[in-house]
Design a protein around this ligand. Structure first.
Ligand code: ATP
Length: 270
């Protein structure tokens, strides 16, 4: 069951240079997670504890997982990922058991970055209905906080959580000593989208005629993940046209296709 629900990567192949449009967030994550791992003595000398846990929040596909992986890469740490939804289990004690396994795994492989995606699944504000399921979810969260209390803040395990639903979180998890460093990861702006387009076309055979600024303008509201799909789709259009070079027009066709697919989704789900 362990291997099924956890994703373990010895040293993820993601660098800060692969992440576009969120330079300020990269800087904050480096200070809150990378530096305590790489230079614990700096914190010792000054006499402060680094943040216990870091919470990344913002819309889907904006680079939260990439950020956590890039820190693991930079510090040569094991990256251990678990989705909050995986921790919501049917049987009593199962969720807490998984949390214990998670930290045990991290201790065996330190330095390690524990990344809990969709933390809202176990840390949402409790509803009125006090069902037994709610109580079990609550126990799982308490176990997570207990594990966080248990380790040395200057030690070799750092914990990062992520959510798309910041509004739903139980404020209790944001108290000092818990997830006490909040970093918002927003949708990319014009400049960010341009940068992300460049990143995702780096490995592609693109023609000189591509106007990245125009494409970035066109993709207002797109996440990094959506821009990545756009680039792949543009490549598909080049292949269909029997070319090995991807042109600006391929991006425009890809854009049309994605926009039309989206609107048909809306119609079919209505
Ligand atoms: P979720 O909240 O849905 O878990 P996330 O914020 O963790 O999403 P990632 O998993 O980091 O998003 O991003 C998914 C993919 O989208 C990445 O593997 C990458 O290819 C692309 N991507 C997302 N954001 C960026 C970015 N800022 N720069 C470059 N690529 C990005």
């Amino acid at each position: 069951a362990r291997a099924q629900s956890m994703e373990i990567t010895e040293r993820p192949q993601v660098g800060y240079e692969d992440i576009g449009g969120i330079d300020e967030q990269i800087r904050e994550v480096r200070e809150a997670v990378e530096q305590p791992l790489a230079e614990p003595e700096v914190f010792e000398k000054v006499g402060i504890e680094p943040p216990s846990g870091v919470l990344l929040y913002g819309p889907p596909g904006t680079g939260k997982t990439m950020l956590a992986k890039a820190v693991a890469n930079k510090t040569d740490a094991t990256f251990i990922k678990m989705a909050g939804s995986e921790l919501v289990r049917k049987f009593i004690g199962e969720g807490s058991r998984l949390v214990r396994d998670l930290f045990e795994m991290a201790r065996e492989r330190e330095p390690a970055i524990i990344f809990i995606d969709e933390i809202d699944a176990i840390a949402a504000t409790r509803t009125e209905s006090k069902t037994s399921g709610d109580a079990e979810v609550q126990r799982t969260m308490m176990q997570l906080l207990a594990e966080m209390d248990g380790f040395e803040a200057r030690g070799e395990i750092r914990i990062i959580a992520a959510t798309n639903r910041f509004d739903m979180l139980d404020r209790a998890i944001l108290r000092p000593g818990r997830f006490d460093r909040l970093i918002e990861v927003p949708e990319p702006n014009q400049e960010g989208r341009e940068r992300i387009l460049e990143i995702h076309t780096r490995g592609m055979n693109v023609s000189d005629g591509i106007d990245f600024a125009a494409l970035a303008e066109e993709t207002d509201g797109y996440s990094g993940a959506e821009i990545e799909s756009l680039a792949t789709e543009a490549g598909m259009f080049a292949i269909r046209a029997d070319r090995d070079e991807v042109r600006h027009e391929d991006f425009l066709e890809a854009f049309e296709k994605i926009e039309n697919d989206d609107s048909s989704d809306v119609i079919s789900s209505a």
